[in-house]
Design a protein around this ligand. Structure first.
Ligand code: NAD
Length: 423
């Protein structure tokens, strides 16, 4: 299912699934995986495509396309977010499901990989339309999810409220089941620290990686593309570490202040504006200009494919930390590697969210709430261990950090698949 033709020479035009498969095949070659295992791990285990009819507020009926894709479950129940976005098609969701398998294996949580999506524009839907869409989609995929089978979470276009509706819709059919989703509101069994977990994990990983590269995060200049959940928390936590956040941006453009942006002041500005671009405390700049700023650390935390062959040569940061999924095209990745720019890969550095999702699932099963301090300590332990493992592997095998991350992840999943007798 979903076999992507093997591509030898990467380009910017590769689809998300082709890009994910490209990195997988590199690892499979280095690990010498045999053909049957390669086929199992290059394709999805199960792909469910559903129609999601939704009654709109004006009485019309809209039929959306929804997907839940389970890539591999050798290491545990399938786990991955639900994305509401116009580009969430079969190829994109398939790619994200595979990346979840590798991410979960690398950060060493006992989950396989999955992803879901509904092709829609959530910004054009009222809250009641979003609720009806979520409930109907949950009903349609309820046959393949379960606390020990597949556990959804939020992703782009969805949030804690969406998870509350999903939990409620599932519970109506199967009884009270808080562990069916993670990323829920804390009042419904969500974990303290989940909302900021991805951004916090990004900075834990950045601090560890920077130290390895001789960059002191305290005083380092940091530019962040994307000021949503991940970008906002990454900026706030980087500033807590004493970093100078010199630029941030959103879909409307960015703002630049070489001495450092006052994040509290910017947050106040954002209560009255829809973009950071018109923040009076900084100089307006475009998203393209932000990526090419002369800074120590660049954190793309918005969308995929923003670093490509046309700008990879112009990136001046010493280190690129991929908080977003897939921000660097495979072709650009090669250029950055050849130029000696350190790229901390997405499957490592943005795994803090799924790690705290794992803690949430554990708390739901145990029916015992952890303290925030315990969540953050356990998160730090895992982020640091995974970062160290990737750096050591890259050093011992003389590979990039991305290759090392994929090698560790693919090796773990292949081993689990083999001893379970999958292949
Ligand atoms: P979000 O929707 O909260 O924020 C996205 C941000 O990106 C917003 O500021 C938006 O304005 C900006 N943006 C959108 N399109 C843009 C464009 N064309 N150019 C520049 N900026 C643009 O999403 P998020 O949850 O912060 O996720 C961001 C990225 O991190 C995604 O790639 C997501 O898959 C990844 N990620 C998120 C989590 C999580 O826990 N939220 C976990 C792992 C990975």
């Amino acid at each position: 299912m979903g076999t992507a033709a093997r591509i030898e020479h990467p380009t910017d035009e590769m689809s998300p699934f082709e890009a994910a498969t490209y990195f997988f095949h590199g690892a499979a070659d280095r690990l010498g995986l045999h053909d049957d295992m390669r086929e199992v791990l290059a394709t999805s285990y199960r792909e469910l495509a559903v129609q999601v009819p939704v009654r709109m507020d004006d009485g019309r009926m809209n039929i959306y396309r929804g997907f839940r894709i389970q890539h591999n479950g050798a290491r545990g129940p399938y786990k991955g977010g639900i994305r509401f976005h116009q580009s969430a098609d079969l190829d994109e969701v398939r790619a994200l499901a595979a990346l979840m398998t590798w991410k979960n294996a690398l950060i060493d949580v006992p989950f396989g990989g999955a992803k879901g999506g509904v092709q829609c524009e959530p910004g054009l839907l009222s809250l009641t339309e979003q609720e009806r869409l979520t409930r109907r989609f949950t009903e349609m995929i309820s046959y393949v999810i379960g606390v020990n089978r597949d556990i959804p979470a939020p992703d782009m276009g969805t949030n804690a409220q969406t998870m509350a509706w999903m939990m409620d819709a599932y519970g109506k059919k199967y009884g009270y089941t808080p562990g069916i989703v993670t990323g829920k509101p804390v009042e419904l069994g969500g974990s303290p620290g989940r909302e900021e977990a991805t951004g916090r994990g990004v900075i834990m990983c950045t601090a560890r990686a920077a130290a390895r590269k001789g960059i002191d995060l305290e005083g380092a200049s940091v530019a962040i593309q994307g000021f949503g959940n991940v970008g906002f928390w990454a900026a706030a936590i980087a500033a807590e570490h004493g970093a100078r956040v010199v630029a941030v941006s959103d879909v409307g453009g960015g703002t630049y202040a070489p001495k450092g942006i006052g994040l509290d002041d910017l947050a106040t500005h954002m209560t009255e504006s829809i973009s950071v671009n018109d923040y009076p405390g900084g100089e307006a700049l475009s998203n393209e200009e932000l990526l090419e700023l002369d800074c120590d650390i660049l954190i793309p935390a918005a969308i995929e494919g923003v670093i490509h062959t046309k700008n990879a040569d112009a990136i001046r940061a010493k280190m690129v930390v991929e908080a977003a999924n897939g921000p660097t095209t495979p072709a650009a990745d090669k250029i950055l590697e050849d130029r000696g720019v350190t790229v901390v890969p997405d499957i490592l550095c943005n795994s803090g969210g799924v790690t705290v999702s794992y803690f949430e699932w554990v708390q739901n099963i145990q029916q015992f709430r952890w303290e925030l301090d315990q969540v953050n300590k356990q998160l730090e332990k895992r982020m640091e261990a995974a970062t160290d493992a990737v750096f050591s592997r890259a050093q011992s095998e003389s590979t990039s950090l991305r290759s090392a991350a994929f090698d560790i992840a693919v090796e773990r999943v292949a081993h689990a698949a083999e001893i379970r007798g999958y292949v």
